[in-house]
Design a protein around this ligand. Structure first.
Ligand SMILES: NC(=O)c1ccc[n+]([C@@H]2O[C@H](COP(=O)([O-])OP(=O)(O)OC[C@H]3O[C@@H](n4cnc5c(N)ncnc54)[C@H](OP(=O)(O)O)[C@@H]3O)[C@@H](O)[C@H]2O)c1
Length: 207
């Protein structure tokens, strides 16, 4: 399986490192090929343009901010048909006081809005609950810590569960895409697990 990671910032580079360590074939792409190459060099991944990375991949992780994800999904909707798309985004902007403010309606989720842009892809909400440092520090623990995810698609479910294990965590499905809001910022499972990553059995009790 080949996984493309679009965006090589905090979340993209952390997931790339964990997946390469677990043996996944990872191709990195970003706005700047040079920045993607700099990250790839440090972890032993390949790089490509966004176009080429998407066409080469079975799974595409959009490690970019919500607005960028919306633009990319609109532009690449056809190219993503039949592929698994993983969305870690939290739909927020900085509020100017050191915090975040939600940029979509209170009762709406990035997962639901973004999934609607690619109806023929296997869309998954995942990797939105832990901060990048927590994600980096909690890969490969025994017992493995949980990564919550949501999807409506059975093929995507199997692929993302495998990928989460490869990255060093335990996959915990919380339900369909309409449950994404629970694992995005301000959602109950997000707030409960942001800094303190629970192991799988504790995580299942929280659902
Ligand atoms: N950071 C966290 O702790 C955390 C935790 C959970 C979820 N998330 C979510 O994960 C997503 C990524 O967050 P992050 O903290 O990793 O952000 P980040 O560090 O700012 O990285 C964003 C990446 O997206 C790239 N990018 C921007 N526009 C692009 C485009 N048009 N095409 C391709 N790549 C583009 C950026 O490239 P440039 O360097 O060229 O700008 C950068 O590599 C966000 O939606 C966030 O809500 C973050």
């Amino acid at each position: 399986m080949t996984t493309a990671i679009i965006g090589v910032g905090s979340i993209g580079s952390t997931l790339a490192r964990n997946l390469v360590r677990g043996g996944e074939d990872v191709v990195l792409a970003s706005r700047s090929l040079e920045r993607a190459q700099a990250v790839a060099d440090g972890i032993g991944a390949r790089t490509a343009t966004v176009d080429d990375a998407i066409s080469a991949a079975d799974v595409v992780i959009l490690a970019v901010w919500f607005d960028v994800a919306r633009e990319l999904l609109t532009e690449y909707a056809a190219a993503l048909d039949g592929k698994v798309v993983i969305d870690p985004s939290n739909p927020v902007a900085f509020d100017g006081n050191g915090g975040f403010t939600k940029i979509i309606p209170e009762d709406e989720s990035a997962g639901r809005l973004l999934a609607a842009l690619v109806p023929d892809a296997g869309f998954v909400k995942a990797f939105s609950t832990q901060s990048a440092p927590t994600l980096a520090g909690s890969s490969g623990l025994r017992p493995p810590i949980a990564q919550f995810y949501a999807t409506d698609d059975l093929t995507a479910d199997a692929a993302v569960a495998k990928l989460i294990r490869t990255a060093g965590y335990a996959p915990v499905l919380i339900g369909g895409i309409d449950q994404s809001i629970r694992i995005e910022i301000f959602g109950d499972l997000h707030e409960l697990t942001l800094g303190a990553a629970p192991a799988e059995d504790q995580a299942r009790k929280l659902i």
